[in-house]
Design a protein around this ligand. Sequence first.
Ligand SMILES: [Zn+2]
Length: 65
Amino acid sequence: MSDHAHTPAKHMACGRVVPDCTFTASAPSEEELLKKIVAHAAEAHGVTEITPDLAAKVKAAIETR
Ligand SMILES: [Zn+2]
C-alpha cells in the first residue's frame, strides 16, 4: 500500500499561546485537540480554568493541515 493521502487534522502549538512552551498537539478534530490542550495546560501550566480569553487565543492558534 502506498497511500500518501493525508487526512487533514487539527494542530496547535502551545508556544503560540504560552511563550517558550514547546508542546504541540494534533488530533483529527478540534474537540479532541482541545481536550489534549486542556490536559496539557493543567499539567504543564497549572491552568485550572479556561477563560473565554484563553479559549479564544487557543482557537486562534489551531491550524488545519
Ligand atoms: Zn504549554
